[in-house]
Design a protein around this ligand. Sequence first.
Ligand code: BTN
Length: 284
Amino acid sequence: MYSTNRINKSGHNDCNDSQKGPDLFCINPPELSRGWLGHDTIFLDKTDSTNKVLKESAEALSEGTMVIAGEQTAGRGRMERSWSSPKGEGIWMSFLLRPQLPPAECSGLTLVTALALTRALRNVTGLDLMIKWPNDVVCNGKKIAGILTEMSTKDMEVDYIVVGVGINVGTMEFPDEIRNTASSLYLEGSKELSHKVMIKEFCREFEQVYPAYIKTGNMSTLRAEYEALLVNLGRTVSVIEEGNAHIGEAIGVNDEGELLFKCNSEITAIRAGEVSVRGVYGYV
Ligand code: BTN
């Protein structure tokens, strides 16, 4: 069990210069968020995965609790991939939701998070960030941030959802396997690199889009904005399903957040999590 509203494991402000990404570790949690998201925040210098930390303690924590780590030793990505999370190079954070929605209506929350994140990062960085369906934030064709959403159900109802967000902020070099597809806000020329400023702006944006989604249980009021930021829109994409690639056009998303994929004049709605979508000539 973790107590909340503290700066690090020892419970005091640790402003060690050797700590990269220092602005986060020198602040009080209220500076991060004025609303319900991040009101309770657990800062950890190092952990395996912030999603895992939240899942293990979810029962005792309230909605909006956030875990932020300086470094993850076993960061996890979508599709059972790993997520490189070196010390101080990015924002590695997770937060807890308890939406009053049936589980089937929660899949769009990952797109809603991508929308809030893209809005926030566009506001503070000055970069032309876009969304690669369903929830990657991209810049100049390369991935800057990713989202891993995990749901736990009890008696057919949502018990909790953990949303994990990884943002490459200051990364200068990536592991070989993602070198050609990943980038960071620093490498793309962001005018802002403060973790605190970004998290605060993300919390503010998320608190706007989340109620809009909860009200309807779908993307109906957010879909137009999401599509306007969708880098895949109108592009030829490759949908990889159980090892087979289908080539077609991404023509939008529906209210459920599924990708509308046109192939041989037939339109199919594709659910996130079931397939991997790539550009034909590159990552997007
Ligand atoms: C993806 O694009 O594959 C999703 C990446 C999600 C990474 C974040 S970093 C914070 C949180 N903890 C994890 O282990 N994963 C998520």
